[in-house]
Design a protein. Structure first.
Length: 276
């Protein structure tokens, strides 16, 4: 019961932190950063005072506009799809690779299937957070039609952009880690108290695991996916084509995903967040 109350307390703290970290859209830092970015972008073309009929916006009807506004998620997906026609397939492959590579890393680092079954609580949380974390990292670090990665920027604005992306990744990773490892805590308690099964050596502290997951996504995942999608994949696409290009990119993504999963598991055990 004490652990349950502690988990709820941590959850409330995390929600407050998440709101605080995602609120700074009106902060002076973001305002200054956006103004700084605007100074490096090309000026927007001016529109004539009177538009020809073909360029007028659609008239509103009683039921609303003919083109209802899109949500930020829909706008982002449309932006990605316009630059990358295979974006839906890439998303599916990224999630599939996240599951397979995380299980492979768990299998290797826990010395086979018996180790996975013993630490089933940890493995489940790791797979869930890996799927959420890797896919979100791929979305946040990739270029889009509105991304400043596509416009020439000096080093300092790019560094600030990296830090802003790190903030979003930390917030999401914190929530993903808290959710996954709170679930792990309940599974561990259920197996030990209700089913009287042999459980993992240590009950994970969801708050510590959430901090680790957020920091890992903000630093390690941010760097890995930024280099992969902004530098490595465009280089491969420039010099290769067809099945050879797809095969190389698939191999690079597998290596990147497996390395990330292995480092994440090793770090959890090194900092004694999971059992040794």
């Amino acid at each position: 019961m004490r652990l349950f109350k502690s988990s709820l307390s941590h959850l409330a703290t995390v929600l407050s932190l998440f709101i605080f970290l995602n609120f700074p859209a009106t902060s002076s830092f973001n305002l200054h950063f956006n103004l700084h970015l605007d100074s490096h972008r090309a000026p927007k073309p001016s529109l004539p005072a009177v538009l020809p009929p073909s360029l007028h916006p659609p008239l509103l009807t009683r039921g609303g506009s003919s083109n209802p506004p899109k949500s930020p998620l829909q706008t982002f997906i449309s932006s990605r799809s316009s630059l990358q026609t295979n974006f839906p397939l890439k998303s599916l492959s990224e999630l599939s690779l996240a599951v397979l590579l995380q299980l492979l890393a768990e299998y290797k680092i826990r010395s086979g299937l018996p180790g996975i079954l013993l630490a089933f609580d940890y493995v489940l949380a790791s797979v869930l957070t890996a799927c959420a974390g890797k896919y979100y990292s791929m979305l946040r670090t990739a270029s889009s039609s509105s991304s400043t990665w596509l416009s020439p920027l000096p080093l300092l604005p790019r560094l600030r952009l990296f830090l802003l992306t790190s903030q979003n990744l930390f917030s999401f990773g914190f929530l993903a880690g808290l959710t996954g490892y709170t679930l792990t805590t309940f599974i561990t308690l259920f197996r030990s108290k209700i089913l009287h099964q042999t459980i993992s050596l240590k009950i994970v502290n969801p708050f510590h695991a959430a901090i680790y997951t957020g920091a890992f996504m903000a630093i390690v995942s941010n760097i890995r996916y930024t280099i992969l999608q902004i530098k490595v994949e465009p280089f491969i696409e420039e010099y290769f084509s067809g099945k050879v290009m797809k095969g190389i990119i698939f191999g690079v993504r597998c290596a990147n995903g497996f390395a990330g999963s292995w480092v994440a598991i090793w770090g959890m055990r090194y900092f004694n967040i999971q059992g040794k």
